[in-house]
Design a protein. Structure first.
Lengths: 293, 432, 175, 590
């Protein structure tokens, strides 16, 4: 791979506020794999589903504003969050495709003294790992192979499906499985694997949202896995925090450790988790850490 | 001066009917068929709907009639390479592909095939059974002459040494012949859609998800399973079978937008056959609109419902899941008439797949210099007023190569006779 | 999955005709991302794929479109459209490209325009306009970030400007 | 009846690859055949039907002076013509050939009992040889075929058939009961899916027909009588006042179909004047008799697909709903109509919906359907209507839409939409009922006159629904267009051309060989009782001068007459008592 790949790091708002573990791991792992990360100044929220639905143009402008920042840095964006990725990617493509929409949005952006040109691309961390780094390099960097670890993967809908629609290409749900196996662990299949975690219904219909994740967790239990890894901070919350909620409200206990894939990757590369990283997991990951270190 | 002879391209039921009508009308007819035998798709079917006639049994006499007719020259295993001229005077180049078996010597005994060491998936059984590298596509093939499939032949020469008729000639060369005809009938038929792109149905991934043509072959007494319906995964006779309609038809995304217009009918027919084969079986048909139009079809569907207890569910299932151990299949679907989402466990799923143009239809159209629609079917410029005419006078079409403008077998037969009539008009009185 | 008691109640409640807006199909079809309603042939592949539909009959993407086309604005806007996960499975599988998952966006934007936004969504939206973020770090997290040498999460006033310009603030009832 | 010359029978036993040879011991059967009376030659062939096998038969006929040939192989249905013509090529009358089926009736059904199968094969061959001894040469009577045709009905199909035949130089008599040509097509404004004027199709056709010198047109004509047989039909008709007599070789039935009229009261038809049939709506549109409507509602399958109960739909419904349903069903009176699907109504409705939408984009059009059957490429047509915001609502028979009058002369229609599970009301200006094409009463008379059968659906019945879709059971008579069942315009044109093609074959060949297998009356024994004339389903017997005679061209050789003749004066050629008894005796003999 090209030795000096650089990306504008787009954190969004959920990760820096709630999931430092993901952020820290990423900041450690990516450079170690030869991927340079540059922080973006003054980014706002990407305009996820709730907002997209309410004001189409507003959503376009909001996301476009963030894209403009990357354009100024003349760097492609690496998004850690599926929703951010989905939102930015869709807007980027829409504005590149539709001229008069672009003009309308630029007219709005003028209040922020910004102009969308369409000079950058948007990637998700998983894309960077697969395309720029590559499975072989990852394998070569594994110093602490996770042999015997049974891992279930939750890719998250918005990493896979929008890509199929808008770019027509895209990896299927096997993307994380490939990565997990590259770390020497066993990627375990389970029922309803390709089904949504229920995250989007949080705060709109909590009961439904919970029964969805409950259903998935039950399937994970059946598959008796050591842990589940996600590529999306929303899926993460849904499973991690979700297990506590389900325990108290539905009286169902699963105790399945939930990790961000990048965390797992860092362990495999022999990095030790820092304090906040451990504390943050509401379902303890000590078992896993002990197993690996 | 009109040359009172005709070329028919394609030896399926449409091509056969057109040839017979022309020949009986006194027109010298050349019937060119790409594969080793005439018979086409109809020869692959088990029973035909709604009369439940054995398909090959009613077709075979017509095939033999073609073979015996003094006005018909049968050019099987041959392809049209070039066409020039205009109505009343076409010059056609036809290439006879080498069979590596001399037609005049072969008595069709099959000893060669018995000794041939190579086994190849049998395309006539749509890949289910096997045939040898020297083969007769099916028992009733016309002409009854064996053919060497050189792509798979090992050139071991066993067939040559065992053939008492000395018919095998592994050095045979392709022969080109030039025909002069007054008119041309195109009857090249259709291919069957392979639903690989509809990933949520798992065709190609799940063994027990098959296409309707594969089912027809299974039902057929001369088929790979000798008329028994078996699960490809374990050979068990399925107790619960589900038919999924409109797989690749009425599909803007993964297949073809048109309605193939025969699937609902044959699905009902096959469902009834399965119930007859195994009375304790449960058969479901998942449809969007049950299109059993045409003579006697609605009445038959009612009987299927009332007498044979075939279960009809108005729904296009969302996905099929396979149980990795038992290989049983679970359908997730919404019964749109009760608006409840359910799952159903079945032993076998049959996908009623769309009919699509022949892979080489565009190529042939180019040779003939006629238009095809955006899918690759022949398209009559005036499909209402002159339904079998192409834009070149003296070239007419019939059968499913006209695409979804055709329906089932009777439609094809009528179009074939109509095509023959068009040519007769042109050849007998020069009226274009 | 069989209908639970509450679901049965729901079905019965649907049987009585409600006031309809005959122009609703037209309105939705001409809203961004709403064209899909005209492509639908009610085959039900979306409903057979929808994760929510498997848990409750309250949300059924196919039926949602049928209700829109019949002009049942009330059901479409208030009950049904907010239950979509936007997981895009329906869009992925729809043979007609009717894209119910997209239609839902159109419906929500119409609802929002009329000031009907569920509490949860409204809270997120307001936070977004006021701070530029839907989720803001707690003071302890802010400290922690600093101690770990991570860049701070500052608020983004530009967002409010944009929101005012697009009329989003007004939709949210902010001046 | 006596054996004319000493029979010299040759028996050819076919292995049919392994089909027969794999079960039956063919060499044994061959050896056995040699021991049978009058068998002078017997051999086995791998495939008697292969070129090799056939030439061996011909050689042997010459070499061994065979005057009877028996082939023991498969079924006569597929192969008898082949072997018969082989015998003819060797100069042997084809009626001196006999076939023994040792495949379908032996090796295939007894594949697990080789010994027994071989014994049975011996029996079958013995019986065939026994019958062969009594076979007699027969010559097939040749019938002259007049090269003129009559086409009944001058709608789109009749006109097409007439023009197609005339273009090939045949004389055509085109008989139409109406004063003008064009049939139901003229009543249509536009044609789907092209939405072109129907006149664009029908007018040029009428022009060619009227200007073609080979076509004789009889309008306002009624058929009085049709007699005779293939090649020689005698037709009597009345054209206005004058009587006309025609001699024609072939007849094409293109009498068309009617548009079904719902009974008074069904869906308020003929009770409320704003309820019309789809065809009436079509005419209103064509003649600009329709003012801009707010909403028009169309109901499909009115009077078609009768007797279909969709129990599978009722099964799962919620109790309260099922209860309401039941009351409706009990309340609803017996539907009248036809069981079949008329197949063109869906496209017709969509066509008119599209026209209304194009004329008045603001108008609403709702189509109530049970299955939307836009088959073939008409699916595009359906899509086009949806894009124009035509609303399709799936209703079910069990809850028929209720129609009542509403203020400011509108109609209130109550519909249960199965797909939404909602009952809802529409205020509309007009309700159009899509009614099927159905057979006309006159068809019954016509069928009787032509001695051809009607199907259970009342339409003319084809000889074989798959492979002979335009032939009648009786030779020389063909069916075109909707007389055979609902068809749209392209399909009618195709079937008309097909019928013309089939008719032209008979007429072009001028002569027709009739089967020799016919009734033979022994006039010495016949007392002219007329029983045969009465019984014959084909009208092949006539009593002339107190004696029965047979019209060979009409006789199908069914044998009813021979079986019932009180004087045993009638025998069937090629199936005489002696021949059959010989077979029976051979079966009994061991």
């Amino acid at each position: 791979m090209d030795e000096n790949v650089k990306y504008a790091l787009y954190l969004g708002c959920l990760i820096p506020a709630r999931e430092l573990s993901y952020e820290l791991a990423t900041r450690k792992v990516m450079p170690a794999l030869g991927v340079g990360l540059v922080d973006m100044e003054g980014t706002s929220c990407c305009g996820p589903f709730a907002i997209q639905s309410l004001d189409y143009t507003g959503w376009l402008a909001l996301a476009a504003r963030n894209l403009c920042i990357a354009e100024k840095m003349s760097l492609d964006i690496m998004a850690l969050c599926n929703d951010c990725y989905e939102s930015l990617m869709m807007v980027n493509q829409t504005l590149k495709r539709e001229e008069e929409t672009r003009d309308r949005v630029n007219e709005i952006l003028s209040v922020a003294h910004k102009k969308f040109k369409g000079t950058v691309n948007v990637k998700h961390t998983m894309d960077v790992l697969c395309d720029d780094v590559g499975l072989d390099k990852i394998r070569s960097k594994v110093t602490n192979p996770l042999n015997g670890l049974r891992v279930a993967t939750q890719v998250g809908c918005h990493l896979v499906r929008p890509k199929m629609l808008h770019a027509g290409v895209g990896r299927g749900f096997e993307v994380l499985d490939d990565l997990v196996e590259a770390l020497g662990a066993e990627a375990v299949d389970y029922d309803d694997k390709e089904i949504c975690c229920g995250g989007p219904l949080r705060d709109i219909d909590d009961q439904l949202s919970r029964s969805l994740s409950n259903r998935k967790l039950a399937a994970l239990k059946r598959a008796n896995v050591d842990c589940v890894v996600t590529a999306c901070p929303f899926c993460y919350i849904q499973f991690d925090l979700g297990q506590l909620e389900i325990k108290s409200l539905l009286r169902e206990e699963y105790d399945i450790p939930v990790l961000h894939f990048v965390e797992l990757l860092s362990f495999a590369m022999g990095m030790k988790p820092e304090g906040p990283q451990l504390r943050e997991h509401r379902v303890s990951i000590d078992r896993i850490v002990r197993k690996l270190t | 001066m009109m040359n009172k002879s005709a070329l028919v391209i394609g030896g399926g039921i449409a091509g056969i009917q057109a040839s017979l009508d022309l020949a009986n009308r006194g027109v010298k007819t050349y019937l060119v068929e790409k594969s080793p035998s005439i018979g086409g798709r109809m020869a692959q079917l088990d029973k035909t709907f709604p009369t439940m006639d054995c398909s090959i049994c009613i077709l075979a006499p017509k095939m033999i009639e073609c073979f015996r007719h003094r006005n018909i020259d049968l050019l099987t295993y041959s392809e049209v390479k070039e066409v020039q001229g205009s109505a009343g005077d076409f010059t056609v180049k036809v290439v006879k592909k080498p069979r590596y078996v001399q037609a005049d010597k072969c008595v069709g005994c099959g000893t060669c095939a018995d000794h041939c060491p190579v086994e190849v998936p049998n395309e006539f059984d749509s890949g289910m059974g096997v045939r040898k590298a020297i083969y007769l596509p099916f028992p009733q093939a016309v002409p009854r002459v064996y053919t060497v499939d050189k792509d798979h032949c090992l050139d071991c020469g066993l067939c040559k040494s065992v053939c008492t008729a000395k018919a095998v000639d592994l050095e045979q060369e392709p022969a080109e012949l030039e025909l002069h005809v007054g008119g041309i009938v195109v009857a090249t038929g259709f291919d069957v859609y392979e639903p690989l792109r509809i990933t949520s149905y798992g065709y190609g991934k799940y063994k027990n998800v098959i296409t309707s043509l594969q089912l027809e072959r299974m039902l057929s007494a001369s088929g790979p399973s000798g008329g028994r319906i078996m699960r490809p995964s374990d050979g068990r006779i399925p107790r619960t079978v589900a038919f999924l309609q409109c797989v690749g038809s009425r599909d803007q995304r993964f297949g073809y937008p048109y309605c193939s217009s025969i699937c609902c009918k044959y699905a009902v027919k096959d469902a009834v056959l399965i119930r007859e084969h195994r009375p304790d079986s449960e058969v479901y048909i998942f449809y969007i609109d049950l299109r059993v139009f045409g003579k006697g079809f609605q009445e038959f569907a009612n009987r299927a419902k009332k007498e044979f207890g075939v279960k009809f569910i108005r729904s296009s299932p969302g996905e099929i899941r396979e149980d990795p151990e038992t290989r049983d299949l679970t359908l997730w679907y919404e019964d749109t008439l009760t608006r409840t989402v359910k799952s159903l466990k079945v032993d076998l799923v049959v996908l009623s797949t769309a009919l699509m143009p022949r892979s080489d239809s565009a190529e042939l159209a180019k040779i003939l210099g006629i238009d095809t629609d955006r899918f690759g079917f022949l398209i009559p410029p005036d499909s209402v007023g002159h339904p079998v005419d192409t834009q070149i006078a003296g070239i007419v079409g019939c059968g499913y190569c006209l695409g979804p403008r055709t329906g089932d077998i009777p439609d094809s037969v009528m179009q074939a006779s109509a095509a023959a009539a068009r040519l007769s008009e042109i050849l007998m009185s020069g009226s274009l | 999955m069989t209908s639970s008691e509450t679901d049965l109640q729901f079905i019965l409640s649907q049987i009585h005709a409600r006031a309809r807006d005959p122009g609703f199909m037209h309105e939705v079809a001409n809203t961004v991302r709403g064209e899909g309603v005209l492509s639908c042939i009610q085959c039900g592949r979306c409903a057979g794929s929808c994760p929510v539909g498997r848990l409750t009959v309250k949300y059924n993407p196919r039926r949602l479109v049928e209700m829109v086309n019949l002009g049942f604005k009330w059901e479409a806007l208030f009950e049904l459209s907010w239950l979509c996960l936007s997981c895009f499975t329906c869009i992925d599988r729809c043979p007609q490209g009717a894209d119910v998952g997209e239609v839902v966006f159109a419906l929500r934007s119409i609802a929002a325009r009329d000031g009907n936004i569920p509490k949860g969504a409204l809270a997120m939206a307001k936070s977004l306009v006021e701070t530029g973020r839907i989720v803001n770090p707690t003071t302890s997290v802010t400290k922690q970030r600093a101690s770990l040498g991570l860049p701070p999460c500052e608020t983004v006033p530009e967002v409010a400007k944009i929101a005012r310009k697009t009329g989003f603030s007004k939709i949210l009832g902010l001046q | 009846m006596t054996i004319l010359e000493e029979p010299r029978i040759g028996v050819f036993v076919c292995h049919c690859g392994i089909n027969i040879g794999g079960v039956v011991n063919v060499p044994d059967v061959v050896e056995y055949a040699k021991t049978l009376p009058n068998v002078v030659w017997a051999e086995g062939n791998l495939y008697t039907c292969s070129e090799a096998g056939l030439s061996s038969i011909k050689d042997s006929i010459k070499k061994n002076g065979l005057n009877r040939v028996v082939v023991a192989s498969c079924t006569p249905r597929t192969h008898e013509p082949l072997f018969r013509s082989t015998c003819e090529e060797a100069g042997l009358n084809k009626y001196l050939f006999e076939m023994a089926n040792i495949r379908e009736q032996c090796s295939w059904v007894h594949s697990h009992q080789p010994e027994e199968a071989t014994m049975k094969a011996r029996d079958i061959v013995r019986m065939a040889a026994a019958r062969a001894r009594w076979l007699e040469p027969q010559d097939e009577p040749e019938v002259d075929v007049s090269d003129s045709a009559m086409v009944i009905g001058a709608g789109i199909s009749g006109l097409t058939a007439a023009v197609t035949l005339a273009n090939q130089g045949f004389k055509v008599h085109l008989v139409e009961k109406d004063p003008q040509l064009g049939g139901i097509t003229r009543r249509l404004g536009k044609i789907y899916p092209t939405l072109q004027d129907s006149s664009e199709i029908i007018d040029p056709l009428i022009k060619t027909a009227t200007s073609n010198k080979n076509i004789e047109i009889y309008t306002s004509a009624t058929l009085k009588d049709i007699s005779g047989y293939v090649g020689n039909f005698k037709v009597a008709l009345k054209k206005g006042a004058e009587d006309v007599k025609l001699d024609v070789g072939t007849i094409v039935i293109a009498s068309g179909a009617l548009n079904y009229e719902p009974p008074k009261g069904s869906f308020q038809y003929r009770v409320l004047d704003k309820v019309v049939t789809q065809l009436q709506l079509e005419e209103m549109l064509a003649h600009g008799k329709l003012a801009e409507p707010e909403r028009i509602l169309m109901i499909q399958c009115v009077g078609s697909r009768i007797g279909e109960v969709w129990t599978y739909e009722l099964s799962d419904m919620t109790q309260s709903f099922a209860a309401r349903l039941l009351s409706k069903i009990l309340g609803a009176k017996k539907e009248e109509g036809w069981p079949y699907c008329s197949k063109i109504c869906c496209m017709n409705a969509i066509k008119n919906a599209i026209r209304i939408k194009e004329l008045w984009p603001k108008a609403h059009v709702d189509i109530l359907f049970s299955d939307l059957r836009t088959y073939k490429e008409y699916e595009d047509f359906y899509r086009r209507a949806r894009r124009l915001e035509v609303k399709f609502i799936r209703y079910i028979r069990e809850i028929p839409p209720g129609i009542v009058e509403a203020p400011d002369n509108k109609l209130k229609v109550t519909v249960y939409d199965t797909l939404a599970g909602v009952e809802t009301e529409f205020l509309c200006d007009l309700v159009a009922l899509s009614t099927p094409l159905c057979p006309s009463k006159e068809d019954v008379m016509l069928a009787r006159m032509l001695k051809v059968p009607l199907g259970p659906d009342g339409f003319f019945m084809e000889a074989h629904p798959k492979l002979r879709p335009v032939d009648c059971q009786s030779d020389g008579i063909f069916i075109a267009g909707t007389a055979c069942g609902p068809k749209d315009i392209p399909e009618s044109i195709i079937s008309a051309k097909a019928a013309a093609a089939r008719a032209s074959i008979l007429m072009a060949n001028k002569k027709l060989k009739a089967e020799a297998l016919t009734a033979d009356v022994n006039t010495d024994l016949c007392i002219g009782c007329g029983l045969c004339e009465e019984l014959c389903p084909y009208g092949a017997h006539k009593i002339e001068k107190g004696k029965s005679t047979t019209i060979a061209a009409l006789c199908r050789g069914c044998g009813v007459c021979a079986a019932d003749c009180p004087r045993r004066a009638i025998t069937m050629r090629h199936y005489g008592d002696r021949q059959i008894l010989a077979q029976v005796e051979a079966m009994m003999a061991q």
